[in-house]
Ligand binder design. Structure first.
Ligand code: 6GU
Length: 245
């Protein structure tokens, strides 16, 4: 997969794309990231890309012409790709959308800055995305979040695909709690079933915990989840085990 990023701060991406999981995915050729400096398309001697808003108000707005010129060039550099504007006004990113984006051979991410894009260029976007209901100073951190989340959906980037399939949200539920050694720590014990090596029991236990964690921590996610027959069975077995104890 190829990701093009249009930004006024290309330098901020260096370290994040150099290290850890993303870095090795890039070195292994699973993902290619090309960062473009929007300022090169700015107007005049100062390469101006922003101006004050019509009608007054604080901050600056990204001028339409530099962005359109930049996008025209970036589009030409590879296969056709959806252009995604990163802005708090966008569609909230979730795991379903992440999986969808991972299906593209190429995507183009455009980082907003200042008070946002001139409204007359938003038709250039196939999609506008937000990473949550809060305001960042620019789209760069959002772009990093998108690239990180999308790249781990590409087979081979994360150690085993099994770990991706067990992620929070992968099946529309939060992940179950995890434990590691020591089995007893400061008087707190790891649930016995996890230490007994019976994989069917472990799976059932984790599935129950995943359902409970979701219901307690994120009732909104739980309400939206389509509970399967297996989910219902897991919860049912929890009720039965209560009766046994
Ligand atoms: Cl994509 N951009 C900015 N500037 N702020 C945000 C955001 C994006 N998503 C949430 N807040």
């Amino acid at each position: 997969m190829r990701v093009d990023i249009v930004t006024l701060l290309p330098g901020v991406f260096d370290k994040i794309f150099d290290e850890s999981v993303l870095g090795s995915a890039i070195r292994n050729g699973l993902i290619e990231i090309v960062v473009h400096q929007l300022r090169e398309y700015g107007d005049g001697r100062h390469r101006t890309v922003d101006d004050t808003p019509f009608g007054g108000g604080p901050g600056m707005v990204l001028k339409p012409a530099p962005l359109v010129a930049c996008l025209r060039d970036v589009r030409r550099l590879g296969s056709s790709a959806p252009v995604i504007g990163l802005t708090p006004q966008g569609l909230p990113l979730d795991q379903t959308l992440v999986k969808e984006l991972a299906g593209f051979e190429r995507i183009i991410l455009v980082c907003g800055r200042y008070e946002g894009f001139d409204e007359r260029i938003v038709h250039e976007f196939d999609l506008q995305l937000s990473i949550g209901d809060y305001v960042l100073t620019g789209g760069e951190i959002a772009a990093m979040a998108v690239v990180d989340a999308v790249s781990r959906m590409i087979p081979g980037t994360v150690g085993s695909h099994e770990s991706v399939e067990q992620d929070s949200f992968y099946e529309g539920l939060l992940d179950h709690p995890q434990y590691t050694r020591p089995a007893a720590w400061e008087g707190l014990k790891v649930p016995k079933v996890l230490q007994d090596g019976n994989h069917a029991h472990i799976e059932k236990f984790r599935h129950c915990r995943s359902l409970l964690t979701t219901a307690v921590s994120r009732p909104d996610v739980f309400a939206a989840a389509n509970l399967s027959e297996k989910d219902r069975e897991a919860l049912q077995s929890l009720l039965l085990s209560e009766q046994k104890n």
